[in-house]
Design a protein around this ligand. Structure first.
Ligand code: SF4
Length: 331
């Protein structure tokens, strides 16, 4: 069987915060990502969703080794890359790309678009000048930008066009794995759909594999193959997008779906799901047991002391909730 393109096993990322000197206590530590198991298959789009601050972006960066890992392993095509350093790490990273929320901040304002796209090709021995020119033109065509735009600078573009340039730069080397971190957030709604379609078209054309980080569950329906829902550093539900939307098993996923109006009016009218209330607890002091228990409308005594394991919720669909183990299942 082909190994996944990327795989996390018990992946944990902790940050030590400043402080503790005056109180003589050890400095506080926050676990942004806590023992996450995850894999992404070749050609797949896995959406990683959850509220802001839940650890999604940190997990994405840890997978491509631009964020240090405190515990657990990361495997790239079956090879353990957790401890790679120096040149070996740089070589592995050339197989990965990241697309950011703010394309303007991620592009060099002093560099013409042509050079922005040609530079990675030159660095990685992308061929003669003519071959690089041809490849840049091909990628400009693929992202829907006129070839003449290669002569322009980032400030000459609209926000949507700049994001297309950033996507082109990420795709130009045909990487094995792309982390797109909230790539729609800076765009207005009409552009979001166009950019989503572009992501999908590029995936099919270049056999790309995406981890698509988003706070907006509704945006990724119909786009992602699978969805992983994250809460306070943990994956609480993962499954095929269609199954997860139609039959969300975790109360947190249910609440996220409730907060996102469905584009399907029939589904919208027939849905009865709880609304999410309360603030996300501090990751400095996450609740014991089920981390969602302080906000869960179905909380039971066991939820406060025992962390629920991931349990089957359907074909290739799992969720971490004691209700699944009790046989009753959430409403
Ligand atoms: Fe709610 Fe308990 Fe399930 Fe956590 S384990 S989501 S608190 S019912």
């Amino acid at each position: 069987m082909t190994p996944p393109v990327i795989e996390a096993r018990g992946l944990t990322v902790s940050f030590t915060l400043p402080g503790g000197f005056l109180t003589r206590r050890p400095p506080p530590t926050v676990q942004a990502v806590s023992a996450v198991d995850l894999s992404v298959a070749k050609g797949e789009t896995l959406a990683l969703v959850g509220e802001s601050g839940c650890g999604k972006s940190t997990l994405g960066r840890a997978l491509i080794r631009t964020q240090s890992i405190s515990n657990g392993r990361v495997l790239f095509k079956g090879r353990d890359i957790t401890d790679l350093k120096g040149e070996a790490l740089r070589a592995a990273r050339s197989s990965f790309q990241m697309i950011f929320q703010d394309p303007y901040a991620s592009l060099n304002p002093k560099m013409r678009v042509f050079d922005t796209l040609a530079e990675p090709l030159r660095v990685h021995g992308g061929g003669s000048r003519a071959e690089i020119r041809e490849r840049v033109d091909e990628i400009l065509d693929a992202v829907g930008l006129d070839r003449s735009f290669g002569a322009r600078y980032p400030h000459e573009f609209s926000g949507g066009q700049r994001q297309r340039v950033a996507i082109a730069r990420a795709v130009v080397l045909k990487p094995d794995f792309i982390v797109a971190d909230e790539p729609l957030s800076a765009l207005d709604v009409s552009l979001q759909l166009q950019v989503l379609k572009l992501f999908d078209a590029l995936r099919r054309r270049f056999s790309l594999t995406y981890l698509f980080v988003s706070h907006d569950l509704a945006r990724v329906f119909g786009f992602a193959d699978r969805v992983a829902v994250m809460y306070l550093g943990k994956i609480v539900e993962i499954g095929p997008a269609t199954s997860l939307v139609a039959r969300p098993a975790h109360p947190y996923t249910q609440a996220l779906i409730a907060a996102a109006p469905s584009p399907d009016p029939v589904l919208e009218a027939s849905r009865e799901v709880p609304r999410l209330s309360g603030e996300i607890p501090s990751p400095l002091d996450p609740p014991g047991g089920c981390r969602f228990h302080t906000r869960c409308p179905f909380v039971m005594p066991v939820c406060r002391s025992v962390e629920p394991p991931m349990l089957p919720a359907g074909p290739d669909h799992r969720a971490a909730c004691h209700l699944l183990g009790s046989g009753t299942g959430p409403a």
